[in-house]
Design a protein around this ligand. Structure first.
Ligand code: ADP
Length: 602
């Protein structure tokens, strides 16, 4: 409580005022007392001198008239309102205005008497038991004829009580103390008023400062005075405005930066020198397949779980030099390009880790490499046979019309196989590159299936293969590019017929599995070995059974791309020697478009 400004103003002033009053009282009462005593002493001595002069006659002839002295003494005492005593040179009291002299003891050794006998005058202050107060005594030596060198006859002493002086000094002290108290009260009131006026604005400003510190950056105070507080309030408001601006700007920058970080495809991680993660963006967690939503305060090793990455970070920390590396993560089979850079080098306390997921690019590279080797491999055989046939023709077979015709027929079939392969490759690349965008519309799956069956019916008949359909009458439409889905159905149906021995059976089913339609093509053919089931969708892949077959191995790859382009899935199930079933899904559409259905029929 006493640490507040109000009390710091009130307490010292009160102490100063009261202290001054007390000091003044002590000093003045001392001074006044001394002055009054000196005055009284001089006055008493004057009176004693006068009395001494008058007492000369009485003392010169004491025996002549002993009662005269007693009378004089009483008269002088009445006139001077004091006690008067006359003492002989032997110390015997000769007369006293208040007490019978015979009852009084010898006064020779009273200080004022002995002093007067020695020097002519003497004074003393003593407590009088008779009066119960201090008395001032003044004594004067009486000489014969009143002459300065006359024979000493006795001493006249005059005494007055001093309580008058003490009363006066007491009055003075009281007046000073009361004034001091009054002054102290006034100063307390004044200090209270002034401190209230000073402290209130400070309190208000303190409240506002606390609100700003608590996060309310819009808290302001209107100055109510025109003094220093007003300047302080203005300065504070200005400071709060600036702070508000800066915070807003920083927040904006932070939003901008975190927006960039959050949408970046590359991973960014910042760690401290102990490996604790200070910042990480979603891409980093995604690339590292970290299950949590934040990696804050975890260690780099906990988040990456990959010793090669940790080693790169450690190397950067030790050398203080940027480290770059490509890491194939064992856990997640991803290929990551990493750059670890010390921030604020050379005394780096933080490290920036940039992660780039190159898995897809690497896969594409692998696919391209495989593709080129596959294409060259696939082209080599027909080209070699073609050049062999041409060689044979040149060597003379051309002159044998029958052989020449046979060889030409052979050339024709090789060329058509090559043409088909090139066309399928072109188709595949068109689909993959997105140059043949899908025209998705609602279409009737029943119609698409029927049309595919119609097209391949001659081949099925040729092998006495029956084709059955199991499609609900109220099958809802699917969302499809009719031409492409028909291509998928034809590929699957064509394979089913091709890989099913004569007299076999093919079934095409369609069923709703909301929000999709599940379509399947089953056959009673040779089947596919289990370990090859996933590989048959790769380009140029053919199972061992089909090696000699004229197919290109591209049909299922094309089907897979088309189905995936529709947002669906494709897969196969098979039991070797018993038959295979190919499934694919399509999203359900709204009511079929009549025109679309007609187009498909054409
Ligand atoms: P192809 O043009 O050679 O038929 P695909 O991509 O359509 O190429 O098929 C790839 C391979 O998958 C075929 O060579 C064959 O080995 C196997 N396959 C496809 N469909 C069937 C099926 N219904 N029964 C048995 N094997 C099949």
């Amino acid at each position: 409580m006493f640490s507040s400004i109000r009390w710091r103003m009130i307490v010292p002033y009160t102490i100063i005022i009261l202290g001054t009053a007390l000091g003044l009282t002590l000093y003045l009462s001392g001074t006044v007392r001394q002055a009054r005593r000196a005055d009284l002493e001089a006055h008493l001595l004057d009176q004693a001198h006068l009395m001494a002069y008058s007492a000369v006659l009485c003392l010169e002839d004491l025996s002549a008239d002993s009662t005269a002295l007693a009378t004089h003494v009483k008269r002088w005492a009445t006139l001077s309102d004091s006690r008067v005593t006359v003492i002989g040179m032997d110390g015997v009291v000769l007369g006293d205005s208040e007490v019978n002299p015979e009852d009084m003891e010898n006064h020779l050794y009273r200080p004022e008497i002995s002093q007067a006998i020695r020097t002519g005058t003497g004074t003393a202050i003593r407590f009088s038991r008779t009066l119960g107060s201090d008395l001032m005594y003044a004594a004067v030596l009486v000489r014969r004829d009143g002459l300065p060198d006359g024979e000493p006859l006795g001493v006249v002493r005059i005494a007055v009580p001093m309580h008058e002086i003490e009363l006066a000094v007491g009055r003075l002290s009281r007046t000073i103390m009361i004034s001091g108290l009054l002054l102290a009260l006034i100063s307390i009131a004044l200090a209270t008023y002034i401190s209230a006026r000073t402290v209130n604005p400070i309190r208000q400003l303190t409240d506002v400062v606390e609100r700003v510190a608590g996060g309310d950056l819009h808290a302001r105070l209107l100055p109510t005075t025109r003094d220093e507080m007003a300047r302080l309030t203005h300065a504070f408001n200005h400071m709060a405005d600036q702070l508000n601006d800066k915070v807003a700007r920083l927040a904006q920058e932070q939003t901008f930066l975190s927006g960039v970080l959050n949408t970046m495809a590359d991973g960014v991680i910042i760690t401290d020198s102990d490996g604790k993660i200070l910042l990480s963006n979603p891409a980093a967690l995604r690339i590292l397949a970290f299950p949590g939503t934040t990696a804050y305060d975890l260690t780099f090793a906990q988040v990456t779980r990959e010793h090669q990455l940790v080693e790169l970070w450690e190397l950067c920390r030790q050398t203080g030099v940027e480290q770059t590396g490509a890491v194939e993560t064992s856990l997640r089979n991803t290929f990551v390009q990493v750059v670890v850079t010390p921030l604020n080098a050379p005394a780096s306390t933080r490290f920036l880790v940039m992660l780039q997921d190159l898995t897809h690019i690497r896969q594409l590279e692998t696919i391209r490499r495989d593709f080129i080797s596959n294409v060259s491999h696939e082209l080599r055989t027909p080209l070699a046979s073609l050049s062999l046939v041409v060689e044979t023709l040149k060597d003379g077979a051309i002159d044998d019309p029958e052989a020449a015709r046979r060889f030409l027929g052979y050339i024709e079939s090789e060329l058509s196989a090559l043409t088909q392969m090139v066309e399928e490759l072109l188709e595949l690349s068109r689909i993959e590159s997105g140059r043949a965008p899908l025209k998705l519309k609602s279409a009737s799956i029943t119609k698409l299936i029927k049309k595919s069956i119609k097209r391949l019916a001659p081949q099925a008949e040729h092998k006495q293969i029956t084709i059955e359909t199991v499609i609900p009458d109220d099958a809802p439409p699917v969302l499809a590019d009719s031409r492409r889905i028909q291509q998928v159905l034809m590929n699957l149906l064509h394979n089913a017929i091709k890989f099913t021995p004569d007299g076999g059976h093919v079934t095409i089913r369609a069923a709703v599995a909301a929000p999709e339609m599940l379509i399947s093509v089953s056959d009673t053919g040779i089947g596919i070995p289990a370990d090859e089931l996933t590989r048959i969708f790769e380009r140029f892949y053919k199972t061992d059974h089909a090696r000699a077959d004229e197919g290109t191995g591209l049909g299922l790859a094309i089907a897979k791309h088309i189905v995936q382009g529709h947002g669906g899935r494709i897969w196969a199930e098979s039991i070797e020697g018993k038959g295979s079933t190919f499934y694919f899904t399509l999203l359900l559409g709204s009511e079929p478009h009549e025109q679309e259905a007609q187009e498909t029929d054409e």
